[in-house]
Design a protein. Structure first.
Length: 254
């Protein structure tokens, strides 16, 4: 798989979403050459540690959800240096991956058993709207928390305010900590709201409106969408190998 083939596959998968969001702001290519890319590694974040891990595995191309954040001062520059040093290409795709049909929110909803996606998350007024999925069979909040913990491989933050069974799940993976998103979940009769970050306002408002709340980490609520993208690329180019690059569970949930 070369750059042209990879780029064409990305255009096939994301279509209009690439027009809706600016290249280099919400998606971008770094350190690509005329090489043939045979080993693909994926992670939610690009960091120096991820690049060094990829180098140890002889990976040619890293796909991530996030680019290195410029406000983590100096890290983006260091990542570019390491990509060049180890001859590794990098592709990141942020909001388009959140909103595509196989993306971050829908991937996690489906893994939780909510295969009936009744509302697709999208961008509106500067933030992500709530994705909504319905379970075929209602489960208890305890069962849902157990499944989330198992999938993410980490302890999750929980507020349980009702004892009713869970059928309708509202979700914004990653930084869905806005009270407006909780209100949207409430207005759409969701039984629980799931996200990947919380603030004081998130927890206060969930309690105030009696909304059941589960919060995992930003990294591990979004990894499944990146995995889905890697698998979509492999569907087209079946000779490539894909590997999940290991990230630490260092976002403390209290």
């Amino acid at each position: 798989m070369n750059l042209q083939q990879f780029s064409s596959r990305i255009e096939e998968l994301f279509g209009q979403l690439l027009e809706d969001f600016n290249e280099n702001d919400e998606y971008g290519y770094c350190n690509f050459t005329s090489a043939n890319y045979k080993k693909l590694g994926y992670a939610t974040n690009i960091t120096p540690e991820i690049i060094l891990q990829a180098a140890e595995k002889n990976i040619d191309l890293i796909i991530t959800h996030h680019d290195a954040w410029e406000f983590v001062y100096g890290m983006k520059e260091r990542c570019v240096e390491l990509l060049k040093e180890h001859h590794i290409a990098h592709f990141y795709i942020h909001l388009p991956l959140d909103y595509v049909e196989f993306g971050t929110c829908n991937s996690l909803l489906r893994l939780l058993g909510a295969h009936n996606i009744t509302q697709q998350t999208h961008h509106a007024e500067g933030q992500s709207t709530v994705g909504i999925g319905e379970l075929d069979t209602p489960i208890t909040m305890e069962q849902l928390v157990t499944e989330m913990t198992h999938l993410l491989g980490e302890k999750v933050y929980v507020q349980q305010h009702t004892n009713k069974e869970i059928r309708r799940i509202g979700m914004v993976t990653g930084a869905g900590n806005n009270t407006g998103q909780l209100r949207e979940a409430l207005h759409n009769n969701c039984d629980v709201y799931i996200t990947g970050e919380k603030t004081l306002y998130t927890t206060q408002y969930a309690k105030f409106i009696n909304m059941n709340l589960i919060v995992g980490s930003h990294t591990f609520t979004e990894i499944f969408g990146v995995r889905s993208l890697a698998l979509k690329v492999q569907e087209k180019f079946q000779d490539i190998e894909i590997y999940q690059l290991d990230e630490e569970h260092d976002e403390v949930i209290r």
